[in-house]
Design a protein around this ligand. Structure first.
Ligand SMILES: C[C@@H]1N[C@H](CNC(=O)c2cc3ccccc3[nH]2)[C@@H](O)[C@H](O)[C@@H]1O
Length: 442
């Protein structure tokens, strides 16, 4: 019997995080849009490394913030824009330069499948207000301009064709086609952005449109929800759950309600007793930054470490790709996705469908950490030895027969000092994380 949600906070609070999201663990975030044409941002910091003040916003590493970065009227993006396009070139002109001429959504979906992702989240409207779907509420959209197609619909079909879940990102409170005063601090970001009732209705109507057209498995709102529209949220979210029973929403609705909380790069905190999600770009940006080179993006080892440490602490990893304007995925990003997929192909048993263990992760050194997950009565020990070819660690309070999941891992285990000593001599195909299964939980 399908549960019906009433448009009340009480009814919404009965919603449980669905098993597919708990089990899925790994998603692909995609930031694609007009900003992918200029594809420029300075390579400065990770979010959370420096305070979100004028220095951050006028040297914003997020290439998808190009509109705001040139509107502050100074800084590296402004200088780049004037030099490359000229002072009078309007951001909106990118709408007729974005052709996506080499885009093959089925190819993208096959890559995400090979990467071992269980879900995908695509930007439908980022802060610049350009919509990647045929919205009834604006012609500033990809079916009328640029690509002249329903980007959201075409990718949704391809992703579902690979039996992956499709999620949709929506920039709820910031839309520079409604309010585009330059944003130079977080106050601007959360309070003065898009302050009208008209915009609140627009955001509500477009969100309803997205739910009714695509029935997304994730409704991923960003930054916040218009204050003038907060009273509409119980209607919107109950409609969402009544349309998509096993749908999930994040915590960026002014902290009024969520299925899972979020972190972004170094910003935010996670509580392992609740479901949460870590999102980040491959480099410092979500939108494609043509200036970014291989050495500036996350290493394969660090990506696998991040996935393992996130999952072991009750999180999902939503790792972003920033495709080029023509629809191709930069090789250095594809390489990381395929390497994660290979690792999951060998060690996924300890990840998919697992739950975080009562055993907390152990940090021996910056390079050597041991994480734990549990599944079907088995305990998994995930030894992360970044940059090492061999490692020996004793895990206290463990006993039993530890079997490496990767047959190419060469390792010994021995009972010692009330614990189990693992000596890994060869990490086989498992990059920097060797995973062991213990067949009974101590
Ligand atoms: C995915 C990413 N989100 C950015 C806005 N970030 C937030 O609103 C935000 C970060 C964060 C960290 C911890 C808890 C809440 C948060 N909200 C956007 O400004 C970026 O362009 C990009 O779309």
């Amino acid at each position: 019997m399908k549960k019906r949600y009433a448009s009340t906070w009480e009814s919404l609070k009965e919603h449980q995080v669905p098993q597919w999201y708990e089990d899925g663990k790994f998603g692909i975030f995609i930031h694609w849009g007009l900003y992918s044409v200029p594809a420029f941002a300075p390579q400065t910091w990770e979010l959370g490394e420096v305070p979100p003040d004028e220095t951050w916003f006028s040297n914003n590493p997020y290439a998808e913030w190009y509109y705001n970065s040139i509107h502050v009227g100074y800084g590296p993006s402004y200088d780049y824009h004037v030099k490359k396009y000229g002072k009078d070139f309007k951001y909106e002109q990118f709408a007729d330069m974005w052709k996506a001429e080499k885009w093959n959504p089925a190819e993208w979906a096959r890559l995400f499948k090979k990467a071992g992702a269980e879900y995908v989240v695509l930007t439908t409207k980022h802060h610049d207000g350009f919509c990647l779907f045929p919205s009834k509420y604006t012609d500033y959209n990809a079916s009328k301009r640029g690509p002249q197609r329903d980007i959201v619909g075409d990718l949704t079909d391809a992703v579902r064709g690979e039996n992956l879940r499709m999620g949709l990102y929506y920039s709820g409170i910031v839309d520079w086609t409604f309010a585009d005063d330059p944003i130079l601090n977080n106050d601007d970001l959360f309070h003065t952005a898009s302050p009208t009732f008209a915009y609140a209705d627009y955001a509500y109507n477009q969100s309803m449109e997205l739910i009714d057209r695509y029935a997304p498995s994730v409704f991923w709102n960003d930054i916040g929800w218009p204050r003038q529209g907060e009273h509409n949220l119980p209607y919107l979210l109950s409609h969402y759950y009544n349309t998509v029973e096993d749908g999930v929403v994040n915590d960026r609705f002014n902290d009024l309600y969520y299925d899972f909380t979020t972190k972004e790069y170094q910003s935010g905190s996670a509580n392992r007793r609740e479901k949460w999600e870590m999102c980040r770009g491959m480099g410092l940006s979500f939108g494609y930054n043509a200036m970014e080179s291989d050495d500036k993006i996350i290493s394969i080892e660090d990506a696998i470490s991040l996935l393992v440490s996130t999952v072991a602490n009750n999180g999902n990893l939503l790792l972003n790709i920033g495709p080029r304007a023509d629809g191709t995925i930069p090789e250095e990003q594809e390489k990381r996705l395929l390497a994660i997929g290979e690792w999951l192909g060998v060690n996924g048993e300890a990840i998919y469908g697992s739950r975080c263990s009562s055993r907390e992760s152990i940090k021996y050194t910056d390079q050597i950490q041991v994480h734990f997950t549990e599944r079907d009565g088995a305990l998994y020990v995930l030894i992360d030895a970044k940059g090492k070819s061999q490692v020996s660690v004793t895990v206290p309070g463990l006993s039993g027969n530890a079997v490496p999941l990767d047959p190419k891992v060469e390792a010994d285990t021995a009972k010692i000092d009330g614990g189990l000593r693992f000596t890994v001599k060869n990490f086989g195909d498992s990059q920097n994380v060797a995973v062991f299964r213990l067949n009974r939980i101590m």
